[in-house]
Design a protein around this ligand. Structure first.
Ligand SMILES: NC(=O)c1ccc[n+]([C@@H]2O[C@H](COP(=O)([O-])OP(=O)(O)OC[C@H]3O[C@@H](n4cnc5c(N)ncnc54)[C@H](OP(=O)(O)O)[C@@H]3O)[C@@H](O)[C@H]2O)c1
Length: 266
């Protein structure tokens, strides 16, 4: 088969990426899945109509390229299983913190490897992914990585040294947005709104603001100024947020996430 992807580990991310590929027009015959929990691979294979392999080695043998989507603590043993079985499409890894050099060490120095940092909105086809090529990454692996992650959102290629910053920004980013959402809902309830109404208002506000950021071509400061009339309600709220140093807190928080990512990867 010229073009078939083995997905090793169909947990939350592996399954989301498999779904994204099928929704983007790949045929089920172009995907084979495997998981340490055999029943999980059975379920995903059945839902998606794709093949299931008994283990990582078997999956790689049936495919031209591999997507490694296991947890960091399972990555070494999965790579040991895969060594010697990777096809011409090479290996794309989403394992957080595992450097391409470590993957090359495990698979063999000439292995063609791309490392990806996606985020959880990939589950709803709205992810964003940074990709970094290993030192021997060939065109086939780069194209495979582009195809897999473009199916669930925009893709940016960066030097691997930038992936700790990406982890801090978009990898962990959904958690910051969910925290803001929680706080806005609670504040709405404190002001007397029913919880379901506060939720509807908050979620639609976040979604609408996000679409404006992507579509108007304006930077956030301009869009914020447009809702902030002199002496008005928004100005009153924003002056409290600035006094509480929310902007500085975000900068410090992302720095902490970046430093933790460096620490975990070393
Ligand atoms: N969630 C995110 O936002 C995010 C973002 C970027 C990157 N990532 C990375 O994505 C990876 C997967 O995360 P996840 O949340 O999808 O994890 P997950 O839900 O735990 O899925 C991983 C699956 O792989 C299975 N597995 C373990 N060893 C295996 C092996 N040797 N062969 C085949 N299957 C194996 C696991 O089985 P068991 O249940 O038996 O362990 C599990 O079902 C992680 O490395 C994470 O760092 C996640």
């Amino acid at each position: 088969m010229t073009h078939r992807l083995a997905i090793v580990g169909v947990g939350m991310m592996g399954e989301a990426l498999a779904r994204g590929l099928l929704e983007a027009g790949w045929s089920p015959a172009e995907v084979v899945v495997t998981d340490a929990v055999s029943s999980r691979a059975d379920d995903v294979a059945k839902i998606l109509g794709c093949a299931k392999a008994s283990d990582a080695k078997d999956a790689a043998a049936q495919a031209s390229g591999v997507l490694l989507a296991v947890k960091p603590q399972d990555a070494r043993s999965a790579l040991e299983e895969l060594a010697g079985s990777i096809g011409a499409g090479g290996l794309v890894s989403i394992v957080a913190g595992m450097r391409t050099s470590a993957i090359e060490d495990a698979l063999g120095r000439d292995a063609s490897v791309v490392r990806a940092m996606p985020n959880t909105p990939a589950r709803v086809g709205k992810g964003v992914t940074a990709l970094a090529a290993g030192s021997n990454a060939n065109d086939a692996t780069r194209e495979l990585a582009d195809a897999v992650f473009s199916a669930v959102g925009p893709v940016v290629w960066l030097d691997e040294s930038k992936l700790d910053a990406v982890t801090a920004l978009s990898g962990s980013g959904p958690a910051y947005v969910f925290l803001v959402a929680e706080a806005m809902v609670d504040a709405g309830v404190a002001l007397g709104l029913p919880r379901d109404v506060a939720e509807t208002l908050t979620y639609a506000t976040l979604e609408g603001s996000s679409v404006m950021l992507r579509t108007t071509g304006e930077v956030p400061a301009v869009l914020r100024a447009q809702v902030t009339s002199p002496g008005g309600t928004t100005a009153a709220a924003v002056s409290v947020l600035e006094a509480k140093a929310v902007r500085a807190a975000f900068i410090e928080a992302l720095r902490a996430a970046h430093d933790r990512s460096v620490e975990l990867g070393s």
